[in-house]
Design a protein around this ligand. Structure first.
Ligand code: HEC
Ligand code: HEC
Length: 204
């Protein structure tokens, strides 16, 4: 997939530049996350997995890409845009690296019911062949911890559902090749609620 290769390459190059610069100019990703900057609210003040998505253990290039998209308006969030706009490229890279290194955890919201989780497991691991839906695990990692694309394990089910709805309606359209937007067209809310229930409890 050329898109992935480009992203990985871009992330690798960004890493090189960052490492090169960090001698003189050490940017503390942990401090940005926990305390913020004079012009940026601490990420942790929102990103607990309740009202804003979990970032711990998320793919580094994915975090940096989303921040860049919020900054440029390719992805819209009134809540997150001010923080994203307050960061420069190097600060974004540092905070993305920090979050990637934190262990993935489970959003502190109640588990969904067992039958829904079981239904979701089927969708995540096997997809729905007659409806031409690939298993989510093929792209998001067997355990949902991120494969080629974003980690979904542990994520708040309400957030997972909202993202697929936004991708389906085109409210979110930063998925460059439209891969997930196309999949979202085939998914019903019930499919996504089930997959989201499974992903949420896939981290202890
Ligand atoms: C005022 C609350 C708030 C603050 C502060 C905030 N965010 Fe966000 N952020 C959000 C919300 C809400 C979303 C979900 C937007 C949506 O529904 O699409 C989000 C989404 C994101 C996403 C996309 C996650 C995904 O899984 O797609 C990333 C990455 C992100 N924020 C990083 C950060 C970082 C890094 C900081 C600190 C520099 C930060 N945010 C500060 C509220 C906030
Ligand atoms: C062919 C690959 C592929 C498959 C299969 C796939 N996705 Fe995705 N998904 C993507 C891509 C690409 C994105 C866009 C963002 C990115 O770069 O990770 C995405 C993004 C998402 C997001 C937004 C993540 C976030 O943190 O905001 C959710 C939620 C999601 N997918 C759910 C699912 C579910 C549920 C399934 C299974 C029913 C699924 N996906 C199957 C490729 C895929």
């Amino acid at each position: 997939m050329r898109f992935t290769t480009t992203l990985v390459l871009a992330a690798a190059l960004a890493g090189v530049t960052f490492a090169g610069a960090s001698g003189q100019e050490r940017i503390d990703g942990a401090a940005i996350a926990k305390k913020g900057l004079p012009n940026v609210r601490a990420c942790e003040s929102c990103h607990t997995g309740v009202d804003a998505p979990l970032l711990n253990g998320q793919l580094e290039f994915y975090i940096a890409q989303q921040l860049s998209d919020f900054r440029n308006g390719f992805r819209v969030s009134e809540a997150c845009a001010p923080a994203a706009k307050g960061l420069n490229e190097k600060q974004s890279a540092a905070v993305a690296k920090y979050y990637n290194e934190q262990p993935r955890k489970k959003a502190p919201v109640p588990d969904e019911d067992a039958a829904l989780i079981e239904k979701g497991k089927e969708m995540v691991l096997n997809g729905d062949v007659p409806r031409d839906i690939f298993p989510c695990s093929r792209c998001h990692g067997g355990d949902g911890r991120g494969g080629d694309f974003a980690a979904l394990a542990g994520q708040n089910p309400a957030y997972t559902l909202k993202q697929v709805q936004d991708l389906r309606t085109g409210k979110r359209e930063n998925d460059e090749l439209g891969i997930m937007q196309a999949i979202a067209q085939k998914l019903t809310d019930d499919d996504v609620k089930a997959a989201a229930a499974y992903f949420h409890q896939a981290v202890k």
